[in-house]
Design a protein around this ligand. Sequence first.
Ligand SMILES: Cc1cc2nc3c(=O)[nH]c(=O)nc-3n(C[C@H](O)[C@H](O)[C@H](O)COP(=O)(O)OP(=O)(O)OC[C@H]3O[C@@H](n4cnc5c(N)ncnc54)[C@H](O)[C@@H]3O)c2cc1C
Length: 310
Amino acid sequence: MPSFYDDNDDLRWYVDRGIDWEPIVRLTEYDYKAADGFENVDDAKDFYRDLLGLVGQFSAEQIAPRWRELDESHPTLRDGQVIDSAAVTEILDQLGQLELHGLCLPRELGGLNAPLMVLQLNTEMLARADVSVCAHAGFHGGMALAALMYSVLEGSTTFQTDPPAITKTRFSECIEQILAGEAWGSMDITEPDAGSDMAAIKTRGVLGEDGQWRVTGQKMFITSGHGRWHFVIARTEQTDQADAFAGLKGLSMFLVPTWETAADGTCWPSSWGLNRSWATTPRRRSRSASRTRPRTWSVSGARASSICCY
Ligand SMILES: Cc1cc2nc3c(=O)[nH]c(=O)nc-3n(C[C@H](O)[C@H](O)[C@H](O)COP(=O)(O)OP(=O)(O)OC[C@H]3O[C@@H](n4cnc5c(N)ncnc54)[C@H](O)[C@@H]3O)c2cc1C
């Protein structure tokens, strides 16, 4: 049975001997006090090995053999919607069913609670199978984690101490949708005149008298930009033009949904989508994506605002 984990001595050496897992596991398991968490480093390592074995096998069996198909089947634009190729959609759905979109998200938010180190090791195997799939997959769990980290840093995530757990987090809708495979995110920095020089960004965020932020600008080259949750970098404060090092100051991050969904699963473009002057397009997708659990391993267990854009 081919596996990009089993056939990679270097990777296994790092997992078995090279990486000092104890401080990583201690941190991830809240000092071993997490409810339903691992109580020692060896149990956690076994679980990580299972995860790596699963991804190694999936990469070798399900992704790598499809490299030509993945390379040749491009996304298409239909009625203003970006439609991924069948191969990409199938593989990303399968990754979702394996719960890998929540690989590093905390258990209490529905994730697998693995440390970022496991994500890095997975990334090597996914990239070996197909770099595009690897990059696209990164904009699922990676953006959910970015939303969580942003909220933790700004103080809008709450915690309990006994047992330690996150109780509430600001961007839970974004996180839940990504975990369920219903949506993904993107990082929107580059503009026609602002690539390497991020300080040249012209997109503006302006706070209106009605308390709504309005973001105006143009973005391009956005990987996975047809997802729902756009992390948009825009200038909100003018900086001193004479200060050559002032450029990166005054930039803020906005969380911009591309479309809205109703309880019955119907979707429509948000105000952002309707009025955008944007390199990307909204993607309609039913909320009915099932969250099956075909796991084969055992477990013990700035300014990110919702805004109106045009
Ligand atoms: C596969 C891919 C995925 C991407 N995904 C995203 C994404 O998800 N989100 C996003 O925001 N952007 C994304 N980008 C855009 C990427 O971040 C930009 O392409 C990058 O910042 C470079 O900008 P540019 O293409 O405008 O080139 P430029 O900045 O115009 O550079 C052109 C050339 O000039 C050189 N150059 C630039 N400045 C200097 C300097 N000061 N001194 C010497 N040489 C210089 C560069 O090395 C380069 O050779 C992606 C790009 C690629 C290729």
